[in-house]
Write a protein that binds this ligand. Structure first.
Ligand SMILES: [Zn+2]
Length: 318
């Protein structure tokens, strides 16, 4: 068998006796991000042993959303599963096959908790969806419910503005004549955007650095808190986290040339001051911060034409 044909998709579901919310929890959407997989398997074992009860609603775990990337211990199989996520009649890449299995499964649920980790050291954070709006990009009417859950995951840093900022970057690439896949706003649709488009609420929890031994515990606590907040389990519901820090992405800067280089080794959420040099273009032009804020998702290895880093500012949302 070829490598993909030796793999399979796995979901594990539990249903309580009483009606309730339908929750789905994903691990390893990116194959090298295993904290969610570990936490999911721990919770499944506790449910199966009777230590944790599911009293109401239903709960589906996908321990490994991208089995090819997971088998290879890398972020992607053929491409990033968390981009351009939608079913297709003509699956070409392995992630298309995942999407044809995963998207209908997501659509059977009300709430998504998607567990990830990140490349450089730093504290965990939650990616929130948009505020309620009727715009065409990502219309949404459940921001209060989504935020309420986010405040109970056990993490104090919150980031929003992803798809708005991504779409602005796409518009700029199109204006510059780009025709690549990165110039399609649908390319910004990942698990959470797909879930919201199906009427659900959805959170991405970034649990810590990939190899941080604390990250699986962050993921585990978030699952248990979600179960009690949604009343799937009967343990006391968690209180909302105090001392929150909310940031909003507002700009994405692309790498234009392979010789574009950062001024230093940036980590996500490093502070930048207005006028500070973040990097230098291949022709020597400095790339500076336009205001005080934070650098987020810096990628020194970004391909030309793709996202190099994002900028964020403080927000009062949470
Ligand atoms: Zn990830």
């Amino acid at each position: 068998m070829s490598e993909p044909d030796s793999l399979h998709f796995q979901s594990v579901s539990f249903t309580g006796h009483a009606p309730g919310a339908r929750l789905i929890v994903l691990g390893a959407v990116h194959g090298n991000e295993t904290c969610g997989t570990q936490a999911i398997r721990r919770v499944i074992a506790e449910i199966e042993s009777g230590r944790l009860g599911i009293a109401a609603g239903s709960l589906t775990f996908v321990p490994v959303a991208n089995p090819l990337a997971y088998a290879r211990k890398q972020r992607m199989g053929d491409r990033n599963l968390n981009r351009n996520l939608m079913p297709t009649d003509a699956p070409a890449e392995y992630e298309d096959r995942i999407a044809n299995w995963l998207c209908p499964l997501l659509a059977q649920h009300d709430v998504l908790l998607d567990l990830h980790s990140f490349h450089t050291a730093g504290q965990p954070f939650v990616m929130l969806g948009p505020q309620d709006n009727r715009a065409t990009l990502e219309p949404f009417a459940r921001a209060a419910e989504e935020t309420s859950l986010a405040l109970r995951l056990g993490v104090r840093r919150f980031v929003d503005g992803w798809l708005d900022t991504y779409a602005a970057g796409v518009a700029r690439r199109l204006a510059a004549g780009a025709s690549s896949r990165e110039a399609d706003v649908n390319y910004g649709v990942g698990t959470t955007e797909y879930m919201r488009a199906q009427g659900g609420i959805a959170l991405t929890l970034e649990c810590g650095q990939h190899d941080d031994p604390a990250a699986p515990a962050v993921a585990y606590r978030a699952i248990l808190n979600t179960l009690t907040h949604l009343r799937l389990s009967t343990a006391p519901a968690p209180a909302p986290v105090a001392d929150t820090e909310a940031l909003r992405l507002y700009q994405v800067v692309d790498r234009v040339h392979a010789a574009d280089a950062f001024a230093r080794d940036w980590s996500s959420f490093d502070r930048v001051l207005a006028g500070e040099v973040i990097g230098t273009r291949h022709d020597g032009t400095p790339v500076v911060a336009d205001s005080d804020g934070y650098i987020v998702f810096p990628n020194p290895n970004a391909l030309p034409g793709q996202e190099w880093f994002y900028l964020a500012k403080r927000s009062t949302r949470v």
